[in-house]
Design a protein around this ligand. Structure first.
Ligand SMILES: C[S@@+](CC[C@H](N)C(=O)[O-])C[C@H]1O[C@@H](n2cnc3c(N)ncnc32)[C@H](O)[C@@H]1O
Length: 156
């Protein structure tokens, strides 16, 4: 079971498009947790020029509660990327079945959602700046988690 990416109530269509494309190219599932901050449908994504949609395993969840149930049922560890974690994303040991979840562009995730995560990790960055773009943060961690779990061995 390879890594998966989860987007908690994404706000910005372009970031979601970038992450769906990353999921397609890396061969990993992308889970979108509703509600989104923009009209989200395969039709709307196609209209905005996302031509990788047919190549990505996209799974939608109507709410965080349903997504959380899915993680539990599948025995998947939920790893949250957050600026408020203490553990470095580069000191963390990833497992192949981990689900890497990013927060909303506007507000990250609420405290109860952060508390539900099995682990919280942070990409080290300058302390006088707020955060990294969500799609870039996800790409950095997919890179490290993929390296540790041999994701790239199956890719050319
Ligand atoms: C633009 S940031 C949101 C910032 C928001 N104010 C917060 O407090 O989380 C969007 C998402 O990108 C990810 N992110 C950005 N910078 C990060 C970092 N340095 N470490 C871990 N995740 C980061 C997180 O998942 C975050 O929820």
């Amino acid at each position: 079971m390879p890594l998966a990416l989860a987007l908690y109530q994404p706000d910005i269509a372009q970031n979601t498009g970038t992450l769906l494309r990353l999921g397609a190219c890396m061969g990993i599932e992308v889970h979108v947790i509703h509600p989104t901050g923009f009209p989200f449908s395969r039709q709307a994504l196609r209209r905005s020029g996302l031509d990788y949609l047919d190549h990505v395993a996209l799974v939608e969840h109507v709410s965080f509660a349903r997504f959380s149930d899915w993680c539990e049922a599948e025995g998947r560890r939920l790893v949250l990327l957050t600026t408020r974690a203490e553990t470095s994303a580069y000191a963390f040991s990833y497992a192949p079945a981990d689900v890497l979840m990013v927060g909303r562009e506007s507000a990250g995730v609420p405290d109860d959602v952060a508390a539900r995560a099995d682990a919280r990790i942070r990409i080290p960055m300058r302390s006088d700046l707020r955060s990294i773009n969500v799609a870039l943060a996800a790409a950095m961690v997919v890179g490290e988690a993929g390296r540790q779990t041999d994701l790239f061995q199956g890719l050319s």
